[in-house]
Design a protein around this ligand. Structure first.
Ligand code: PGA
Length: 251
């Protein structure tokens, strides 16, 4: 049985005081939740604020990015040990916005995922096709390439500690959600590729989150699909009430 994961990616939103105000409302609303793991990924500057606010709760905190080296002359970068020391549990790796605007590739994803695992963080590895790729019938090939390229060097044990987020780029921030059937079919393809690349057990245990315009109105239908194990929520995770409704989808 795969435990569901609902993760909120705040992207470059919320100052520390805004993060605190969110947590004051959000944490009590989800206090009774144990059907899923809850993760919040604030910007680096608000990590400690959110971590403090999650003390004594079941909410885990993720960073949105990391560098693959432990330390070094890399101005503006943050390493896995720095994130771990703050009290983070996870880190988003290879989000499509990082691939699109900051030059991330399957090769940097691979290095970042390994660095995160080595430090004891759970990498949330994001993959997904663009609208042009989907229209050209290349979705399967793109997902296979991102899995084989981005996760190639992982051992079966390392792979068992990652989360994958399927985020079709055409659905991110556009209001255009993949239908549950489209998302589930991509998730099945990912599981198939994982079973070929790792083991059938790796595939059966992997939790695959769907991301792209997830809202309180569509979460239940998405989660009703067997192969959808959770959600990575952007815009709708910025509002405490809306994110709490998403987290509480079966309640
Ligand atoms: P969205 O973003 O929910 O605003 O579409 C999802 C994501 O980028 O993780």
């Amino acid at each position: 049985m795969r435990k569901a994961v609902i993760a909120g990616n705040w992207k470059m939103f919320k100052t520390r005081s805004e993060a605190r105000a969110f947590m004051d409302v959000f944490a009590p609303k989800v206090a009774g939740v144990n059907h899923c793991e809850i993760i919040i990924a604030p910007p680096f500057t608000a990590l400690t604020t959110v971590i403090e606010a999650t003390q004594g709760t079941r909410i885990a905190v993720a960073a949105q990015n990391l560098h693959w080296e432990k330390e070094g002359a890399f101005t503006g970068e943050i390493s896995a040990p720095m994130i771990v020391e703050l009290g983070c549990h996870a880190v988003i790796v290879g989000h499509s916005e990082r691939r699109q605007y900051f030059g991330e590739t399957d090769s940097t994803v691979r290095k970042k995922a390994r660095a995160a695992l080595a430090a004891g963080l759970t990498p949330i590895v994001c993959i997904g096709e663009t609208s042009q790729e989907r229209e050209a019938g290349e979705t399967d090939a793109v997902l296979k390439r991102q899995i084989s390229g981005g996760l190639a060097a992982l051992t079966v044990e390392e792979f068992s500690r990652i989360l994958v987020a399927y985020e079709p780029i055409w659905a991110i921030g556009t209001g255009q959600t993949a239908t549950p059937a489209i998302a589930a079919s991509a998730h099945r393809l990912i599981r198939q590729q994982v079973s070929e690349q790792f083991t059938t057990e790796s595939a059966a245990q992997l939790r695959i989150l769907y991301g792209g315009s997830v809202k309180p109105e569509n979460i239940s239908a998405l989660m009703a699909e067997d192969d959808i194990d959770g959600a990575l929520v952007g815009g709708a995770s910025l509002d405490a009430q809306s994110f709490a409704s998403i987290v509480k989808y079966p309640m």
